[in-house]
Ligand binder design. Structure first.
Ligand SMILES: [Zn+2]
Length: 241
């Protein structure tokens, strides 16, 4: 390969060639950033739980550590798991609204087709959201030509920062009067994380990251609208109504 791994300083986003230096007699020393004179990545000494807490608090340093300085490669698995959580939520909402004691309904309840339909729908919406964000960023970067763009890293960042969706399952399991509020808060949290991931990867302003997320949301809403105006045969298949 021969390629020097490119790390980033978690404090100032400056490039760094190493996170720590290994001296021969087993002594490790954290590299100090030449630009800001702080440790390049203080998180390499931290417990994963602390890193997770800082990521939940949307700290840019924690996001930089995860996205640039680790080789965390679970984004696709996490994405599928989050989609399953979302499909489960939609599927359970569909059945909780029916309240039928008809045995035929109970038999249908055991069929998972509707669940797969919901999974497909959730996948479509996520693809529209990510596609919208990537398209906006690509257009912006090609207009400004300010920096090289890593769309793969951006997609990874978007998928990883959507981890909050796993909270949908406990919300469904411990159903109570405040569930709609919880769902809205989870959505807000996921979008905030998405904004922060975009901000860290592009090293852009908060306003620009919010704008890209809003445009991504617009694409997602477009797909929802298109799906809800599908012919009734499709709707019956996916049971949108
Ligand atoms: Zn620095």
């Amino acid at each position: 390969m021969g390629k020097v791994q490119d790390f980033r300083c978690v404090e100032c986003n400056e490039n760094a060639t190493e996170l720590h230096r290994d001296y021969s007699n087993g002594i490790l020393k954290i590299t100090i950033c030449e630009s800001c004179q702080k440790p390049v990545d203080k998180y390499i000494e931290y417990d994963p739980v602390i890193i997770l807490i800082d990521a939940i608090l949307c700290k840019t340093q924690a996001f930089r550590h995860i996205l640039f300085n680790t080789s965390l490669n679970i984004h696709w698995k996490l994405c599928v798991f989050c989609l399953l959580c979302e499909a489960y939520l939609r599927w359970s909402l569909l059945h909780s609204s029916e309240q039928s004691s008809d045995p035929a309904d109970l038999i249908r309840y055991t069929k998972e087709w509707e669940f797969y339909g919901m999974f497909l729908l959730a996948s479509l919406e996520l693809s529209a959201f990510c596609g919208g964000v990537l398209l906006v960023v690509w257009l912006l970067v090609s207009c400004l030509q300010s920096q090289s763009l890593e769309l793969g890293l951006l997609l990874k960042g978007l998928l990883l920062s959507s981890y909050g969706k796993v909270l949908l399952v406990p919300t469904v399991i411990w159903e109570h009067d405040y569930s709609p509020l919880c769902l809205a808060l989870i959505k807000l949290f996921v979008l905030t994380s998405n904004c922060q991931a975009i901000r860290v990867i592009l090293n852009c302003s908060r306003r620009l990251s919010i704008l890209t997320v809003c445009l991504g949301l617009l694409c997602e809403t477009g797909v929802v609208q298109v799906c809800s105006s599908l012919p009734s045969g499709f709707k019956e298949l996916l049971r949108f109504e």
